[in-house]
Ligand binder design. Structure first.
Ligand SMILES: [Ca+2]
Length: 317
């Protein structure tokens, strides 16, 4: 286990984002799922953020209910031009019911109008692009397996940094004493996760992991803050609408915001504090952990700046 000294010395310096800017906008591709609606909220966010040019979206697994829903939303934002890729259209329906409450009086048809996700990633990712992953890493692993995939920066939600990485004062009490932990996005497709972690054609990999994102809630206070500015953009309006529906559920006072934090970190890495690590899976328990690495291209989040996160989340022109 690392000593306290080693822990505090090991903060990572972060590179800047100028490489990813074209005409003042970061070139971004989003790979998403649709079980918990926080990926969908992240999509709404990316469609309207003033620093973002969203180039393409890929879906896990990418079933007709998901495609139809996302096509409807892209139309609302006049972005039907945007490439939509899928991993497996024949998987079992994967759009969680919450999504259908969002545009209640609209009939949204299923669709099969989508491309292969790995081809979409191959076409739209390059050394000047940031790929944000909100789900299991199936699409990106498939793209890597072609041998042709190049990417400047991956920012993925998932992974875990335990007590050997995170200083005591920054630990969430629920994870105290842990070195490894199950993590859905890596554990749901272990083979895909290992392919992504081992691949050298991605220059930088950032993992926004549960040791930080489980400390983040969008609360009713956050909602009040958004209410004041929601009419500044379609994205903010729609996020406000989704969260209003979310808070209709009796007793609901907060919503986990894992993927929105991940996307905000992709836009402004200085929201997070990072450590250089290797991510690994304990073969016995199938839990994931991190070890400090001298020569990595992987960084994991150990703390974040809440005010910076909110100002990025609520940015408008
Ligand atoms: Ca997700």
């Amino acid at each position: 286990m690392a000593t306290a000294d080693k822990i505090s010395e090991s903060y990572s310096t972060i590179s800047n984002s100028n490489d990813f800017l074209i005409n003042g906008r970061l070139q971004i591709v989003f790979d998403m799922e649709t079980s918990d609606p926080d990926d969908f909220i992240t999509l709404l966010f990316l469609l309207g953020h003033p620093m973002v040019h969203l180039k393409a979206v890929t879906i896990v697994p990418g079933t007709p209910d998901q495609i139809g829903f996302l096509r409807y939303v892209l139309d609302r934002f006049n972005r039907s031009d945007l490439s939509l890729g899928v991993f497996n259209m024949n998987a079992k329906p994967a759009l969680s019911k919450f999504h259908l409450k969002i545009y209640e009086n609209t009939s949204i048809k299923e669709s099969t109008e989508a491309l292969d996700g790995s081809n979409v990633l191959l076409k739209h990712c390059d050394e000047k692009t940031i790929l944000i992953c909100g789900g299991p890493l199936k699409n990106v692993a498939k793209a890597i397996q072609t041998g042709q995939f190049k990417l400047g920066r991956l920012v993925a939600q998932g992974g875990f940094a335990g007590d050997n990485i995170v200083p005591e004062e920054k630990r969430l009490s629920k994870f105290n004493g842990r070195i490894t932990c199950p993590t859905f996005n890596l554990g749901a497709d272990i083979k895909a996760a290992k392919i992504v972690l081992d691949y050298n054609g991605i220059k930088e990999k950032f993992f926004v992991s549960k040791n930080v994102c489980h400390g983040i809630l969008y609360t009713k206070d956050t909602h009040k803050q958004l209410e004041k500015i929601k009419d500044k953009s379609q994205s903010l309006q729609e996020i406000y609408h989704v969260m209003s529906i979310c808070f209709k559920k009796p007793g609901k006072n907060g919503k986990a915001f894992h993927d929105p934090l991940t996307a905000c970190c992709a836009i402004d890495l200085s929201i997070g504090q990072w450590k250089d690590v290797q991510l690994y899976m304990d073969e016995k328990t199938k839990e994931w952990g991190s070890i400090i690495s001298e020569n990595p291209n992987i960084k994991i989040i150990v703390d974040y700046d809440h005010e910076k996160f909110l100002s990025t989340l609520f940015a408008y022109v």
